[in-house]
Design a protein around this ligand. Structure first.
Ligand SMILES: [Zn+2]
Length: 79
């Protein structure tokens, strides 16, 4: 029997308590994502749910060969 839990790769590591800005944060056994602030004794979770798509997506960068051809055309180089 192991007393250590397997590490949770999705656990985030907050730097400051969101309630009192304290830095004495320790993982808590309440949930897999819980942290306990030893300054204000609050227990909270820090989770990352994903990222929204941007309003405008940047255009794709040209491939190396496309960029090379564009550069040749720009500088009027004839091979
Ligand atoms: Zn706190």
């Amino acid at each position: 029997m192991s007393l250590r839990r397997t590490p949770n790769p999705n656990r985030n590591h907050p730097v400051h308590c969101p309630y009192c800005a304290g830095t004495a944060l320790f993982p808590n056994e309440e949930t897999e994502f819980a942290w306990k602030c030893h300054d204000c004794l609050r227990i909270f979770e820090a989770k990352f749910y994903g990222q929204d798509d941007p309003f405008t997506r940047p255009s794709l960068a040209p491939s190396t060969s496309e960029a090379y051809q564009l550069s040749l055309e720009k500088h009027h180089v004839v091979l």
